[in-house]
Ligand binder design. Structure first.
Ligand code: SAM
Length: 319
């Protein structure tokens, strides 16, 4: 199973509630004996969270969960093989003393579930599918997307997903054809379909993401309009009114010609997942591919860009 590199190696500082960074799963052990442990520790701010995460990744952590404790405080829960605990403690160099507890084989990959919360982004309420809805949030929502991300990315709380949902809400109109590159849980595909898209094509390099997208489309009754697969962007055909891609900047740069080729002449490209300091390289790649920037938004150090084909189209789809 492949994963977005962001899950695996890059300590991030962007989560609002809970962010669960996962690495490729190791083969399941043959017995039920716990072979994984969790290290838990609290830090005072995002900078310290990034430093500790970096040390834990270096020590062999296979996933790190970030829980927003309010204010700037963050709780980190790292999963790792039991035989890496001493290594992790060495990497933490006595500056941090984690609590260590055991976890049954890969069960800790689902440890984020109790912490999942509904998230309202613009008028789109993303509701953990296994939880009851909260009436006050529902009354403020234009639509409710029920999501179970499973082990794909995209439960709705990450700044990049929220930026993308807001951009989709401002962009998608009834009847649109939408391409979602890096669909993860399918959260953006499902939202696009519920905003009225006639057809959504969702692709990801991770087959688990394609599965989760199909499942989440079904949960929301839009399975007839959402098709998910692991087809590489360069093998897609057709052109779309809206192309959305929430992927790392380096991947967006690589995919620029392929993504630009899939947008209709008056279509819109929504790019997201860009660390703010990387915006110029992404911008340059897409301008070179024939698009021009219309709008940017920023949240928690992440930038999202709205780009269009051809000059003079800036206002044609603005709402
Ligand atoms: C940050 S997640 C976004 C998930 C979801 N769209 C969201 O907004 O929450 C990025 C996704 O891009 C996928 N990805 C990474 N490189 C890709 C590529 N070259 N083509 C398609 N998908 C890719 C990853 O597997 C991951 O599921």
């Amino acid at each position: 199973m492949r994963r977005d590199a962001r899950h695996r190696v890059t300590p991030r500082s962007a989560s609002r509630d809970v962010t669960w960074h996962t690495a490729p799963m190791s083969p399941e052990p043959a017995t039920e004996v716990p072979t994984n442990v969790c290290l838990q520790l609290d830090v005072v701010d995002r900078a310290e969270a990034d430093e500790v995460s970096g040390r834990l990744w270096a020590a062999g952590a296979t996933a790190i969960q970030e829980i927003d404790l309010g204010g700037s405080r963050v709780r980190l829960v790292a999963g790792l093989d039991a035989d890496r605990v001493a290594v992790a403690e060495r990497h933490l160099a006595g500056r941090w003393q984690p609590v260590v507890f055991s976890a049954h084989h890969d069960g800790w990959l689902d440890a984020w579930r109790p912490f999942a919360r509904p998230v309202l982004s613009g008028g789109i309420l993303v509701q953990p599918a296994w939880q009851p809805v909260e009436k006050d949030l529902v009354s403020r929502a234009r639509l409710i997307v029920r999501v179970d991300a499973g082990r794909a990315f995209g439960q709705g709380n990450h700044a990049t997903t929220r930026l993308a949902l807001e951009a989709l809400e401002q962009t998608v109109v009834a009847g649109d054809e939408v391409l979602d590159v890096g669909c993860g849980s399918g959260i953006l595909s499902v939202a696009a379909a519920m905003l009225g898209a006639a057809r959504v094509v969702a692709v990801d390099i991770d087959d688990e993401a394609a599965r989760a997208t199909t499942q989440n489309a079904g949960l929301n009754g839009v399975e007839q309009r959402v098709t998910a697969s692991t087809t590489p962007v360069e093998f897609l055909d057709g052109r779309y009114d809206v192309v959305v891609a929430n992927i790392l900047a380096a991947v967006l740069v690589d995919l620029a010609p392929g993504i630009a080729a899939r947008v209709k002449p008056e279509g819109t490209v929504l790019l997201d997942g860009i660390r703010s300091q990387q915006r110029t390289e992404v911008l340059a790649a897409y301008e070179q591919a024939g698009l021009h920037p219309v709008r940017e938004s920023e949240r928690d150090g992440w930038t999202a860009m709205v780009m269009r084909c051809g000059p003079g189209m800036e206002t044609s789809r603005d709402r």
